[in-house]
Design a protein around this ligand. Structure first.
Ligand SMILES: [Zn+2]
Length: 470
């Protein structure tokens, strides 16, 4: 019998936690004894996994919003990620927004920023992209392929064929004769690692009782080696479940005595996703607008997903931010037109990752976009408008919709990003988009607190010492 293979992928991500006005992360008492949740999760998961060498043994994606924090606050752990990246790092769309719910232009920017961040950070173009919440549709896959991305990871229930065999990679046709490869992860193994702490208190037992049976089913007639992919949040190794960084280490590097009992080999996902020229991957189709953490498509981030006791706030919150985004875009294009600078604003936004990442300073970026003979005011205006776009993109981070209730820090963070974006544009253009935003936010309320979204918006601003809307 052929030995099967196991690959592990960890999705490492934290949202932006910094106040968008000051750039400083406020102290969060719920993260005690640490300053904030980034610091706490770093101590419990990122740092110990890096120290134990686990980053070299698995495939992972490190979200840009977390990577930027690590680079500043824990450079030695960040360096371990950088050193382990070749062959292991997948990119992640920049702000972790749900791409099937975003406009075409926003999807492209999020993907391009994520790929460029990965390239600047790790020194090479990534081959794979982890989609936020694995939320997918064909246009999103086509955009990935346009950027030269070869593969992504999805949950098995995102395949149109319920009988899909997750032990092999597939290719999904995206039209025009093109395809993108998909690794469907092993749901039984991944959910045991994520949600069954008793299953992972002994790595040898997990290998024997859980992994081996998944690979023991009949091999593929074409000779493909069966591979089980365990894909989960990275934070569960040490943060959600204590000491599971030790489980991961022992699972992947057994002692010589334990290794004899293992019936499979450990590999990196990037090795599995190399498509042999003479043996193309089997073909699969995907279910449009589905995800890994909601069994109702992408309702968790847009509508009354049945998993929430009362999800009536989710649709109106998204509608309010969609309307704000449209308003900001229209006003921005109007200002640029009036100033007479010839510029593809969306191409400039895609390129603005150079400034966001710190690779280029604002002035040289503006000169490069506008040409040397443009007035200083026009340069300043372009930078301001792109700064507004940066926060207008950040306000769609999936976290704001993920939980039961909008009266949480995650949603407040989205509202603060919206405030930063709208205040830049209103002050440049003399518009009153913030008034419309507040009126739209008043259309929903928090199920637990009974406060409407406009009140939550004001409270979020006041919590960081900013005045509420007039
Ligand atoms: Zn759901």
């Amino acid at each position: 019998m052929t030995r099967g293979r196991v690959a592990v992928h960890a999705h490492f991500y934290q949202p932006l936690r910094a106040d968008p006005f000051s750039g400083v992360i406020p102290a969060d008492p719920t993260a005690t004894p640490y300053h904030d949740w980034n610091a706490r999760i770093d101590a419990e998961s990122y740092k110990p996994n890096a120290a134990r060498g686990n980053l070299e043994r698995i495939s992972w994606d490190l979200g840009p919003t977390l990577a930027g924090w690590l680079a500043a606050e824990d450079p030695s752990t960040h360096l371990r990620f950088v050193e382990a990246a070749p062959g292991r790092a997948m990119a992640q769309p920049y702000h972790h927004s749900i791409l099937p719910l975003a406009s075409a232009a926003d999807r492209r920017t999020e993907i391009r920023w994520g790929i460029r961040d990965s390239e600047l950070r790790f020194g090479f173009r990534p081959n794979g992209v982890w989609l936020p919440e694995t939320a997918v549709d064909l246009p999103t896959l086509a955009l990935l392929a346009e950027e030269g991305i070869a593969y992504t990871i999805l949950a098995p229930w995102q395949a149109a064929d319920a009988q899909i065999d997750t032990r092999r990679p597939y290719r999904v046709s995206i039209g025009s004769g093109q395809a993108i490869s998909v690794a469907f992860y092993d749901a039984a193994l991944s959910s045991a690692v994520s949600f069954e702490p008793t299953a992972t208190d002994d790595a040898d037992r997990f290998a024997l009782e859980r992994i081996a049976p998944r690979l023991a089913r009949p091999p593929f007639p074409d000779g493909t080696t069966p591979t089980a992919l365990i894909a989960t949040d990275g934070e569960l190794y040490g943060h959600h479940h204590v000491f599971r960084e030790l489980f991961l280490e022992h699972l992947l590097v057994p002692t010589p005595a334990d290794a004899q009992a293992r019936t499979y080999d450990t590999v990196l996902l990037s090795e599995v996703m190399v498509e042999p020229a003479d043996q193309p991957f089997a073909v699969a189709r995907i279910l449009e607008r589905t995800s890994w953490s909601c069994h109702h498509g992408v309702a968790r981030w847009s509508a009354e997903c049945p998993d929430a006791t009362d999800g009536r706030w989710k649709g109106p919150l998204r509608a309010a931010l969609d309307r704000l985004a449209a308003g900001i875009d229209a006003v921005s294009l109007g200002l640029l037109k009036a100033s007479g600078v010839g510029l593809d604003f969306w191409a400039a936004r895609d390129a603005y990752i150079e400034v966001v990442s710190g690779a280029e300073d604002r002035n040289s970026f503006a000169r490069r976009q506008l040409g040397a003979r443009v007035a200083k005011n026009d340069e300043r205006q372009l930078i301001e408008l792109l700064e507004a776009q940066r926060w207008r993109l950040a306000m769609f981070a999936s976290d704001g919709w993920y939980w039961e209730d909008p009266a949480r820090q995650e949603t407040a963070q989205n509202l603060l990003a919206a405030a930063r974006a709208v205040r830049i544009v209103d002050s440049l253009a003399g518009t009153r988009l913030e008034e419309s935003l507040a009126a739209d936010l008043a259309l929903f309320s928090s199920p637990s607190r009974g406060l409407d979204g406009a009140v939550l918006y004001r409270m979020a601003l006041e919590s960081i010492g900013q005045p509420g809307p007039e």
